[in-house]
Design a protein. Structure first.
Length: 214
């Protein structure tokens, strides 16, 4: 009885997370018309993968339960990445890079006209460092957006491939074929998760503190 209750609670929690993913992806679609088609594809792909999981023979489905949770994690991450991309685009659109670059040149000229060691020169040098940091943050944004685009494409590809591989786990296959398919699915999910984690860490390192990431 306790095992049944635990499984029932796990299914409820998974359903809750799936619904939350759908809500978040729809929210992004409403705020970013450019991203809307991709968000709709991710919603459909998540649904398709879940349907495919439900068709897997029960004894194999139990072995894939952890991977199913990872897939839902990845869809949740896709919503977070999409929101970050919206924030980065808006940040980039709100800044006049030419004006910041011009101010950097003006500060450099003003500093050259001041005496070495003067308090005023130190103040201008601090201002220049701040402007250069702002410029570095601006320059990092396009690369960060590109990294997010690649991550989202990767999540789409993972979901699409998984759906096909899950449907290929036909009960009529030999035990060896079923087990081989099962191992391939688990390896694909594990490999993709590691790659996505590495890309996320790279994205965090590549963004200066001045650039908003939420």
């Amino acid at each position: 009885m306790k095992t049944f209750d635990r499984k029932g609670n796990e299914r409820k929690e998974l359903s809750r997370r799936v619904r939350q993913n759908v809500a978040e992806l729809r929210r992004v679609a409403r705020t970013d018309r450019v991203a809307a088609p991709q968000m709709k594809r991710l919603i459909a792909l998540q649904e398709g993968v879940l349907e495919s999981f439900a068709l897997v023979p029960e004894e194999y489905g139990l072995l894939l339960s952890e991977d199913l949770n990872i897939v839902v994690d990845e869809v949740e991450m896709s919503a977070q990445l999409a929101r970050r991309r919206v924030a980065l685009r808006r940040h980039l659109e709100s800044i006049n890079r030419r004006a910041v670059r011009g101010r950097v040149w003006e500060l450099q000229e003003e500093i050259e006209a001041l005496e070495e060691g003067s308090a005023l020169r130190a103040s201008f040098e601090a201002a220049l460092a701040g402007r250069r940091g702002e410029l570095a943050a601006i320059d990092a944004v396009p690369a960060a957006i590109g990294t997010i685009n690649a991550q989202l494409e990767g999540i789409e590809g993972l979901l699409s491939n998984l759906r096909g591989e899950l449907l290929a786990l036909d009960p009529g296959l030999s035990p060896h074929a079923l087990e081989s398919g099962l191992v391939a699915i688990k390896e694909r999910v594990s490999f993709f998760r590691r790659g996505l984690d590495e890309a996320t860490r790279s994205l965090e390192k590549g963004l200066p503190e001045e650039a908003p990431v939420r």
